[in-house]
Design a protein around this ligand. Structure first.
Ligand SMILES: [Zn+2]
Length: 136
């Protein structure tokens, strides 16, 4: 399905390793304890440099979304309309994931709906995290 697969780097490798094991992991600041996503070299809350990686439940809610009717890349042309959303993690709604919402008719998508992560393996072995309604 994916037109593009990520290229992990020193900051994102633990996140992608977690996905490969079907677990959502995020950075947690050793100074202030705040969690964050996307991975970053420093804490955007306090500037702390120390970091731990912690697992999340893979549950969240839809913060906002858009329905894409015109594919931005030819490889996605057969998938329109599809939903691109911003998912807030259950453990901390300031931790958010840009993603596609799958297994849901775009007409049924609503802000605030409960979601759970859905891992899908791509042909090259990369595991990508998508999200779907938790009731589906
Ligand atoms: Zn911090």
């Amino acid at each position: 399905m994916a037109a593009f697969v990520p290229v992990p780097d020193i900051l994102t490798q633990p996140y992608w390793d977690g996905c490969k094991n079907h677990v959502i992991t995020v950075q947690q600041c050793q100074s202030c304890g705040r969690k964050r996503h996307r991975p970053a070299a420093g804490c955007h809350w306090c500037g702390g440099q120390g970091v731990d990686w912690v697992q999340l439940s893979g549950r969240g809610s839809l913060y906002t979304y858009t329905v894409v009717h015109r594919a931005f890349h030819p490889s996605l042309a057969e998938e329109v309309p599809y939903v691109v959303g911003l998912v807030a993690a259950e453990e901390d709604p300031t931790v958010r994931f840009h993603t596609r919402i799958l297994a849901c008719d775009p007409a049924d998508v609503q802000v605030g709906m409960s979601l759970k992560v859905l891992f899908q393996e791509e042909p090259d072995g990369t595991v990508l995290p998508y999200w779907r309604p938790s009731a589906a």
